[in-house]
Design a binder for this molecule. Structure first.
Ligand SMILES: Nc1ncnc2c1ncn2[C@@H]1O[C@H](COP(=O)(O)OP(=O)(O)O)[C@@H](O)[C@H]1O
Ligand SMILES: [Mg+2]
Length: 599
């Protein structure tokens, strides 16, 4: 255990120093204060011995002589305790705050693929539970990991100096005890790591349950989700119990540190004083019995502290994993401010032999050798059955993913030479699964252009056919729309998103089946708004509705990631191929919908 305790504190010291950054001074001050506390505590034993011996030897004058020294040591102990508590608070809170900030920064800068692949519940668990664990460790356990080994070493040295034989008799068992402790507690960190993982999964399920409550209730998924939660909960509990059992196995050994040394010191030490063995004085015996708890406490506390260090280590690993995940590049071409404002710039998109697959080459490719071009201020419709790659195409356009081979060109410049952020500033996107933030209508629209004036926002809302319904809301533009905008209808949410896109005023508009989930009335309002927004812009639209597709200058028909047909509406109908078949299917759906809305 001694070796372990050393390694736990030593391996954490560089890690802490690495994280401490600007607060290094507080860490150093803390360590110095802890050292001061240990010295003051150990010195008090020396005074106990001296005072006892002096009183016995009638040396009151000497007692008066050392009083200032005692006062000095008491003052040192008080000051050091104060400084160590204060500094521990300062660095632990600040280090963890910085880590939290870095984690969130890294999340914001992370590649889209990571966000698609990782459950947000697990990430939240890292930000809350793991960072919380680290804070507790740095604030409470770290100073103790410095204090206990140090006081142990000083006191052992002093007692050995006073009476080696008695020290050996009382504490000779310690190496064996350390060995046994280490043996028993070795699997601790493994269980702690599994426990943390399970906690992450539990958070993920809890989050799914809350976010998906309508689906959970209508599909009676309560039991399924509960089982899933229970499964992770069981793993969590099982590993916690295993850790607890290790602690229980170790507990009987505490007898060696709580009771036996006292018996040895009182009986053997008393015998030595009476027989005058090796110059053992009553003062030495008093000092032994007084100082003993400075040895017992470390022996009892250090196993728990090592466990804390192991738990913190598991948490640290999870945070480091989060920080080490690949982030998006931030270099590349950026247009001058103003140049990309509004429609009118000579943008053109071109796909040149683009290959792409999700999660690396071992997966089925979504695109192989995809090539097409989009002239400026044209409307291009992307058609194709579900799963043919339409949404993926948009993700590539927004630079959320990079092609494995080939090039995407924007304004004759390859994507690889653009800064991803600058690419995205060229696009406004309106999708089916609109994301609105838990805030007011105004906040949600204005994030399209931070700092936009009220007039601009109202004008954008009017273009998006949203102003009228917003004015009917209880607090108008200041109405709180609930988490993900769930206090609004689908059509209303969609129109808020269009208002946001209008406000952004980007030259290229991406529309991903924005009306397919709406009723006929909402669809009419949204379509009307969209046709206003589409004017004078380059538009790529994923559309099923014939009314929208027919308006397109060019239609690209995708099937399993390949372009099977391309051309104008009439031209493609005449071919009687894939587009024709999609067209017939859609006609039937539209007829059915028409029938429904007439009824
Ligand atoms: N994040 C993802 N990870 C792995 N595969 C995905 C992901 N998103 C989509 N896919 C797969 O890529 C293919 C194309 O999907 P998508 O572009 O969404 O199709 P569409 O929008 O045309 O319905 C599908 O086979 C789908 O299963
Ligand atoms: Mg899609």
């Amino acid at each position: 255990m001694k070796k372990e305790k050393k390694s736990a504190s030593i391996s954490f010291l560089p890690a802490l120093m690495g994280l401490a950054g600007p607060y290094k001074l507080f860490v150093i001050l803390n360590i110095l204060a802890v050292i001061g506390t240990a010295v003051a505590d150990a010195a008090s034993g020396y005074f106990v011995k001296t005072i006892t011996d002096v009183i016995q030897g009638d040396g009151m004058q000497m007692l008066v002589g050392i009083l200032p020294l005692i006062g000095g040591i008491v003052a040192l102990g008080m000051v050091c305790r104060f400084v160590s508590k204060t500094t521990a608070g300062i660095y632990s809170f600040r280090v963890v705050r910085d880590l939290r900030k870095r984690s969130v920064d890294s999340l914001l800068a992370s590649r889209f693929s990571r966000i698609e692949n990782r459950h947000s519940g697990d990430t939240i668990s890292r930000l809350n539970n793991d960072l919380g664990e680290l804070r507790t460790f740095f604030q409470d356990s770290f100073p103790k990991l410095v204090y206990y080994p140090l006081i142990f070493a000083i006191v052992v040295a002093y007692l050995t100096f006073m009476h080696p034989l008695l020290t050996l008799a009382a504490f000779g068992f310690v190496p064996l005890l350390l060995y046994l402790d280490n043996l028993i507690l070795r699997p601790w960190s493994k269980y702690a790591a599994i426990e943390r993982e399970a906690l992450g999964k539990m958070n993920s399920v809890a989050q799914d349950t809350i976010a998906g409550i309508p689906v959970v209730k209508t599909y009676h998924l309560e039991e399924t989700l509960f089982d899933k939660y229970k499964q992770s909960g069981d793993v969590f509990l099982k590993n916690m119990l295993k850790r607890q059992r290790l602690n229980a196995n170790q507990a009987p050994l505490e007898i060696f540190t709580s009771f036996l040394p006292y018996i040895v010191i009182i009986s053997l030490g008393g015998y030595f004083v009476i027989t005058g063995n090796n110059g053992m004085t009553a003062g030495s015996l008093f000092a032994f019995s007084y100082l003993i708890h400075f040895l017992m406490d470390p022996l009892q506390e250090i196993p728990a502290l090592i466990s804390e260090a192991r738990l913190a280590s598991a948490s640290m690993k999870r945070i480091q994993d989060l920080l080490a995940e690949p982030v998006e590049r931030t270099d590349g071409f950026v247009r001058d401010a103003g140049e990309n404002q509004g429609p009118g710039c000579p943008q053109i998109i071109e796909f040149r032999q683009v290959d792409f697959s999700y999660n690396g080459a071992e997966h089925e490719p979504v695109f192989s050798g995809l090539s097409f071009s989009v002239p400026e201020k044209s409307i291009t419709a992307i058609a194709g059955v579900s799963g043919s790659g339409k949404t993926t195409l948009f993700k590539l356009l927004c630079a959320f993913h990079e092609p494995a081979a080939g090039e995407i060109m924007l304004e004759h410049r390859p994507y690889a030479r653009w800064k991803p952020e600058a690419i995205r500033s060229m696009y406004s996107i309106v999708a089916q699964d609109t994301y609105l933030f838990a805030g007011t209508v105004l906040e949600n629209i204005s994030c399209g252009k931070p700092g936009a004036g009220t007039d601009e926002i109202i004008s954008a809302s009017k273009t998006a056919n949203a102003h009228d319904f917003i004015m009917e809301l209880p607090q108008g533009y200041d109405t709180f729309i609930g988490e993900r905008g769930n206090r609004l209808s689908g059509g209303q949410r969609q129109r808020l998103e269009i208002a946001r896109a209008v406000l952004k005023n980007a030259p290229i508009l991406l529309l991903d089946e924005p009306t397919s989930a709406l009723d006929a009335h909402s669809e009419a309002l949204v379509s009307e708004a969209l046709s206003r927004v589409m004017e004078k812009r380059t538009v790529l639209i994923i559309a099923h509705r014939l009314s929208t597709i027919q308006k397109a200058d060019n239609i690209i028909v995708l099937d399993k990631g390949k372009i099977v047909e391309e051309g104008g509406h009439h031209e493609l109908l005449e071919k009687k191929g894939a587009y024709y078949r999609l067209y017939l299917k859609q006609c039937r759906i539209d007829e059915l919908r028409l029938g429904e809305s007439v009824q």
